[in-house]
Write a protein that binds this ligand. Structure first.
Ligand SMILES: [Zn+2]
Length: 263
């Protein structure tokens, strides 16, 4: 499931492939991925428009159009974007965008949890969805303010896209492992020093993953993402990793490195 680093790579892919191109056709093969729009309106709003920019906030992308509006793209669990290579159409293609020169962009999505739509402005979308600041842009004091008041588990707070946007299950487990916090630690009991470390590690982990193209095998030794499964060796050599459910989500952690205070 794509999280901030994977969506940032998709954003860069779009930026280098579709900016400055004009959309001449939109074929909706399955409208299950359209976000509150019918096919006719979607086509009407998009055909004839040129793409001018591609922005991202958390896991949400905004493709800027020359009339000031935005195509909104959320990859959900299995959404993928690819350019026509002249060989075959991806199996789960839901939308085909055609460009002036005959090139095509495919949006494929096996499980259809993705959402493609249109919006007048990024601000409008952010307000409507209550999206918190991007996990790569949030500063330390805003992070503290937004995280420390919650009486919930830190893992659940990190996953709440209204608190900060972009972190999902895998990267939440990674940053908590890096700062040695048990995923079930109540957010309002974490010290300022630990919150500072957490904020710093969010930036380090997300940036590093983007740098390696989110290929976890290439990450340096010491990363949970390289070995993330219960029973695997702790990357610090402190015994074995374990699984636990926090807020309904499976969390992989190291019981030796990430002790729950009071237990
Ligand atoms: Zn450990």
């Amino acid at each position: 499931m794509p999280e901030l680093p994977e969506v940032e790579m998709a954003r860069r892919f779009l930026e280098s492939n579709v900016v400055n191109r004009r959309v001449v056709s939109v074929e909706v093969i399955d409208d299950g991925v359209l976000d509150g729009m019918d096919i006719m309106t979607f086509q009407h709003d998009l055909v004839g428009r040129s793409i001018v920019s591609v922005a991202r906030r958390g896991k949400q992308m905004f493709v800027g159009l020359d009339d000031g509006s935005f195509l909104t793209v959320h990859l959900g669990m299995t959404g993928e974007l690819s350019m026509d290579q002249g060989d075959h159409i991806p199996t789960y293609t839901r939308i085909v965008f055609g460009f002036e020169d005959g090139d095509r962009l495919y949006y494929s999505d096996q499980r259809k949890f993705g959402a493609i739509g249109m919006v007048g402005s990024i601000g409008l979308f952010v307000n409507e969805h209550g999206l918190g600041p991007d996990a790569l842009s949030i500063d330390r004091s805003d992070f503290t303010k937004r995280v420390s008041g919650h009486r919930k588990a830190i893992k659940s707070v990190l996953l709440d896209q209204r608190v900060l946007s972009g972190i999902g299950n895998l990267y939440a487990d990674e940053v908590l492992f890096q700062v040695r916090l048990h995923p079930a630690t109540r957010a309002d009991t974490i010290s300022q020093k630990k919150l500072n470390e957490l904020h710093r590690q969010i930036l380090v982990v997300l940036r590093r993953s983007i740098k390696v193209g989110s290929d976890f095998a290439v990450l340096p030794v010491g990363y949970l993402l390289k070995v993330r499964e219960p029973g695997a060796d702790c990357p610090r050599g402190n015994g074995k990793l374990a699984a636990t459910k926090v807020g309904g989500r499976t969390s992989i952690f190291c019981p030796a490195c990430q002790r729950l205070k009071g237990s």
